[in-house]
Design a protein around this ligand. Structure first.
Ligand code: NAP
Ligand code: GDD
Length: 341
């Protein structure tokens, strides 16, 4: 009999890649989607048969991390071997605007799942939690599993709560529950209000004459950017270990937002001339002499995470995992996809 996986957050970037990955591994995949007024399944629609809108390896259920009854019902109906909790209010900047909701879903939502699994009698369910490098906050790079958490947003605080809940349920009740502490990972399916997708989409549209200006926030923060397709493999590997454990997943390289822009512009043959500093900083398209990039205070965060570089040597050693996509190949994939859209 094939194993059953239940993915919370299947309609998101990672959920869609993980569903594809697990179906290839012959899992029966169940996913939880929220009720929305417009369809939210565009990242997974291609997995279904386009005529009957069915796939015997993929089943969707309506539910929400803020509704414990729905979580109970779905887990009991599915009776999964593995649960992947990827559902979250995942936008750091937006967590400054909706802190209570962010905490309810990301922190308490995780606790609700752990409580159900703790009392579940039918089988021992393995649990994966989508923890985040954002938890390291102010701690200097490179960051690894032993680095202090110094969160800089309610998003990060909610993820620290969930992280410790996972370890507590493992220690106190013997749950097979693991944290994947994933550094930033992107893809053509990245949400449009995350910086990499915003830059790629914006520069491609400017090149095509469909957009005049790209307006951004802090150009000098640095991130360790990998590809989501590589990172979902690590989630599965984490749940296949003999003992439950926590792992940093990253590429150990870091680039600034400005580096990301400059590489994209070069690949699109746009020559940029940077001028001024701070909120007056702009980039001019050398060919047209027009300003195409500006900075606006509204995209800055009240508190920023300046530099993330993940030391993933534990994952390399125990999971035999390493990233396949380089930074350059990630950007190529995102640009090519945008050009063909
Ligand atoms: P994403 O694209 O924003 O996807 C988030 C998913 O969670 C979506 O399916 C969303 O549903 C769902 N969701 C949101 N609120 C929910 C709720 N109340 N109940 C049930 N589902 C809910 O995020 P992602 O980039 O795939 O990231 C996946 C997970 O990894 C998140 O927990 C994120 O915080 C964490 N993480 C991400 C990164 C990264 O760089 N991508 C790094 C570290 C950790 P809708 O489609 O309906 O909105
Ligand atoms: N979103 C956004 N929009 N970010 C901008 C912009 C802009 O216009 N301009 C500059 N930035 C900067 C942000 O200030 C941040 O320093 C960096 O670009 C990356 O921002 P995001 O792409 O929004 O990602 P994030 O690092 O805040 O959070 C992502 O990675 C975390 C892991 O470290 C999300 O995927 C989180 O869910 C994830 O946990």
């Amino acid at each position: 009999m094939s194993k059953k996986a239940l993915i919370f957050g299947i309609t998101g970037q990672d959920g869609s890649y993980l569903a594809e990955f697990l179906i290839k591994k012959k899992y029966q995949v169940h996913g939880v989607k929220r009720r929305t007024s417009t369809p939210n399944t565009s990242r997974i629609d291609h997995i279904f048969d386009s005529v009957n809108f069915k796939n015997k390896y993929l089943v969707l259920h309506h539910g929400d991390l803020s509704d414990v009854g729905s979580l109970n019902r779905i887990i009991n109906d599915v009776n999964p071997d593995e649960i992947y909790n990827l559902a979250a209010q995942s936008h750091v900047k937006i967590s400054f605007q909706i802190p209570e909701y962010t905490s309810d879903v990301n922190a308490l939502g995780t606790l609700r799942l752990l409580e159900i699994i703790r009392h579940y009698k039918k089988k021992k369910i393995k649990f994966y939690q989508a923890s985040s490098s954002e938890m390291f906050g102010k701690s200097k790079p490179p960051q690894n599993e032993k680095t202090l958490f110094q969160p800089r947003s309610v998003y990060a605080i909610s993820k620290v709560f969930a992280y410790h809940s996972v370890i507590h349920y493992r220690d106190a009740y013997g749950l097979y529950a693991c944290n994947g502490i994933l550094f930033n990972h992107e893809s053509p399916r990245r949400g449009v209000n995350f910086v990499t997708k915003k830059i790629v989409q914006g520069l491609v549209r400017i090149k095509q004459g469909k957009q005049k200006m790209l307006i951004l926030g802090n150009l000098y923060s640095r991130r360790d950017w990998g590809h989501a397709n590589d990172y979902v493999e690590s989630m599965w590997k984490i749940l296949q270990q003999k003992k439950a454990n926590d792992f940093v997943i990253a590429t150990k390289t870091s680039n600034s937002v400005k580096d990301f822009i400059n590489i994209c512009a070069k690949k699109l043959n746009i020559k940029l001339i940077w001028k001024n500093k701070g909120l007056k900083e702009i980039a001019i398209n050398k060919l047209t002499n027009k300003t195409i990039i500006k900075v606006d205070q509204k995209y800055f965060r009240e508190t920023e995470v300046d530099n993330l570089i993940g030391d993933f040597s534990k994952a390399r050693r125990l999971l035999k995992w390493k990233p396949k996509f380089s930074f350059d190949k990630l950007i190529d994939d995102m640009i090519n996809n945008e050009l063909n859209d």
